[in-house]
Ligand binder design. Structure first.
Ligand code: PAF
Length: 280
């Protein structure tokens, strides 16, 4: 069975041994409760590196006071089986005390963390950047793999890596969807059967937005408006945001020219879901 390592010292020993043998190392940072989306990241990491570490840590510092830290689903045994079948070498599954031993240091990226999800989750990205920096320093991977579903997170991590000169290649991987279009997410498990159906308004509205752009609509405001109206047809949905921004700078877009990120965050009942598409 794949080793599940709880301490920083132990994971460092694994990596040191591999490095000594001249091997490359990939890291897939996760909060566990792994699904097909995570598996696609692990599969790619396994193809591109000699050894792959999957971190499985529900990071408390990226949850706000009224968010779902306690309820966040956890199943390390199921995760271990998925990691093993995908060919990862080891799982790093520390407790919060191992990661945050009276820590007084945080890492934050300005400006691009204040838009989109940052508006309603003001401390979220500092939590993400701090834990991702720590994982980078602990594992020292050659490459790290992140999903495009968290498009803002990917953009923020790329900026942090550039600004702080981490010698790590950041690999963004496409969104993995259910057959009916819903983007895979650990939070989908919160949805009741009725909410699960309602949640399709995210992918449906984005498909409409993409079609409008493909059909020649060049006004970002018109695309946002159409996407919002499509979501608002669903009685169980409450829009947090619908945005169209430059995919690199996250600045508001007026036109639909590439690189464009159209992103939505929507409450379905109490569950907040995100989804997006990019025009490259
Ligand atoms: O995307 C996630 O699951 C988390 O934000 C990450 C990158 C593992 C940091 O905790």
């Amino acid at each position: 069975m794949i080793p599940v390592v709880k301490t920083i010292d132990e994971i460092r020993k694994y990596v040191k041994e591999w490095r000594g043998a001249g091997m490359s190392v990939g890291l897939v940072p996760t909060m566990g409760y792994l699904h097909e989306g995570h598996k696609s990241l692990i599969d790619r990491a396994v193809r591109e590196n000699d050894r792959v570490v999957v971190s499985d840590f529900v990071n408390p510092t990226q949850f706000g006071p009224n968010e779902d830290l306690e309820a966040y689903p956890r199943d390390i045994e199921r995760d271990a089986a998925l990691c093993e079948s995908a060919g990862a070498a080891v799982i790093f599954n520390p407790e919060p005390d191992e990661m945050y031993d009276n820590a007084l240091t945080t890492v934050s990226v300005d400006k691009i963390t204040k838009v989109l999800c940052g508006k309603t989750r003001p401390t979220h990205f500092a939590g993400v950047c701090t834990v991702v920096s720590k994982l980078f320093n602990i594992v020292k991977p050659d490459r790290a793999y992140f999903g495009q579903k968290d498009a803002q997170q990917l953009c923020v991590v790329r900026k942090m890596v550039k600004d702080l000169n981490f010698d790590i290649e950041i690999v963004g991987c496409p969104i993995v969807r259910e057959e009916d279009g819903l983007a895979k997410s650990s939070r989908n498990t919160y949805l009741s059967a009725e909410e699960r159906k309602a949640a399709l308004c995210l992918s449906r509205s984005l498909k409409l937005g993409r079609e409008l752009i493909a059909g020649g609509q060049d006004s970002a405001a018109a695309v946002k408006d159409a996407v919002r109206k499509e979501i608002e047809k669903e009685p169980l949905a409450r829009v947090d945001y619908v945005e169209a921004v430059n995919a690199d700078t996250l600045e508001e877009a007026e036109k639909t020219d590439a690189p464009l990120l159209v992103a939505v965050a929507v409450y379905i009942g109490k569950t907040r879901l995100i989804d997006n598409f990019i025009i490259e």
